[in-house]
Design a protein around this ligand. Structure first.
Ligand code: CMC
Length: 391
């Protein structure tokens, strides 16, 4: 009995009460725990933001040091995980590998599953925050055919991440501060976005008490899709296709506006942000800084700039309130940094990790019931079984 309200895509259904992230799409506002994304991107670093999202308050210097130490003390990934990674084909998509390795970690840390107390949750949280960047770096190095390497407890979270990803066995690796700051900002901007597809997935899997790592693995799979995190890869692939076709941006603008052509300008438009994407504004500045600092000359980037200019002044895009979203610029920075296109969504996952964790922890601490939507049944009513010979 009772009425079931149908809401495909959950466009109007609130799935939970949450105190983590506030978003106003009309006004272009995004705040983590009450702090604006602009201020956090400018003044905080990624690990501080992770702490803020997960525990609700900015850390003191002592709290941040302890958090960092606990994460680093739990960052050693078992050598057998290395062997599991080696067994994947070289051309496996990094998102599939990452999702498998993340759930694979459960086998090495079974105590991370039944976590009911805050103390037990904390251990699972610092462990995954320590090991996930190692997995990300390893997945990228495998993609590039480089030997795997290890981090350093002395480095900050993002610096360590960059060392693990980029330090070559022979060349000396030197941290570029402009690139490091841009990566820090990118990770902050991706750190949470309230009840999006992957976050809702993490919460619903976690609501069965399946454990943090299993929930995160499901979130990674949800993020993989081109309608969600996979859009940053789609942007670069579009730019490559335009280049291969002679670099005629006007032709692709016309295709995007032609209603008989399914082509859309990837990286433009957003379901909730209709005036601007506050993340895109910040990241555009960072992208310009990185490109000029590295002195990158790349025809793909010229095509991106050309498209952006044309779209921003085009009546079709103005009328429909279509602006570049965060994915339009993030791919440009990742490319300039030398990260392979197939790794772009993995970088998104690295940034989103604290948000997923914060939402999972909130869900468990609030003792939310198992997520179990209803349906409107539209199939056959009652039928009687026919033996196979009579069908
Ligand atoms: N290029 C050309 N036309 C577009 C585009 C585009 N990128 N986006 C929307 N439109 C047009 C659409 O054809 C429609 O026109 P009309 O009113 O004449 O029929 C109008 O704008 C409204 O579009 P909609 O599809 O109703 O808008 P939506 O809110 O359902 O879709 C969107 C939002 C992001 C899926 C869409 O803008 C899109 O497909 N963009 C390209 C893919 C992309 O960049 N996705 C990343 C989103 S940000 C990452 C994240 O937060 O997960």
């Amino acid at each position: 009995g009772g009425y079931i309200t149908l809401d495909s895509g959950y466009k109007n259904t609130g799935s939970c009460e949450s105190a983590v992230t506030f978003l106003d799409g009309e006004k272009g506002i995004l705040r983590y725990r009450g702090y604006s994304i602009e201020e956090l991107a400018e003044k905080a670093d990624f690990l501080e933001v992770a702490y803020l999202l997960i525990f609700g308050e900015l850390p003191t210097a002592a709290q941040l040091t302890k958090f960092h130490d606990d994460i680093m003390d739990n960052s050693i990934v078992d050598e057998d995980v290395h062997r599991i990674l080696d067994a994947f084909p070289k051309n496996a998509h990094p998102m599939g590998v990452l999702s498998s390795l993340t759930s694979g970690l459960i086998a090495f840390h079974p105590s991370s599953v039944n976590v009911d107390s805050e103390e037990e949750m904390y251990h699972a949280i610092v462990r995954i925050l320590g090991q996930f960047p190692v997995l990300v770096a390893w997945v990228m190095r495998k993609k590039k055919g480089l030997p795997l390497n290890y981090g350093s407890k002395k480095l900050g979270y993002v610096d360590n991440m960059m060392k693990m990803m980029f330090e070559q066995p022979i060349e000396d690796y030197e941290m570029n501060k402009v690139v490091r700051d841009a990566l820090d900002k990118l990770l902050i901007l991706h750190a949470d976005h309230e009840q999006n597809c992957s976050t809702s997935t993490v919460r619903i899997v976690g609501s069965s008490h399946a454990g943090l790592f299993a929930s995160l693995s499901a979130g990674i799979s949800a993020l993989w899709g081109p309608l969600h995190g996979g859009a940053n890869q789609a942007v670069l692939e579009m730019l490559e296709a335009i280049k291969a076709d002679g670099g005629d941006t006007k032709k692709y603008m016309a295709k995007a506006k032609d209603k008989s052509d399914p082509f859309r300008l990837m990286g433009f438009g957003h379901r909730v942000y209709k005036n601007f994407d506050p993340r895109a504004r910040i990241i555009k500045v960072a992208a310009d800084e990185v490109l000029s600092d590295l002195g990158v000359v790349d025809p793909i980037l010229d095509i991106a700039k050309g498209l952006e200019q044309e779209a921003l002044t085009d009546q079709y895009f103005i009328d429909r309130r279509l602006y570049p979203n965060v994915d339009f610029y993030s791919g440009i920075i990742y490319r300039a940094m030398g990260i392979p296109v197939e790794m772009f969504t993995v970088m998104f996952a690295l940034g989103r990790l604290p948000g997923w964790i914060a939402q999972w922890r909130e869900m468990r601490l609030r003792k939310e019931p198992i997520g179990r939507p209803r349906q409107l049944y539209i199939g056959e009513t009652e039928r009687s079984f026919k033996p196979i010979a009579e069908r």
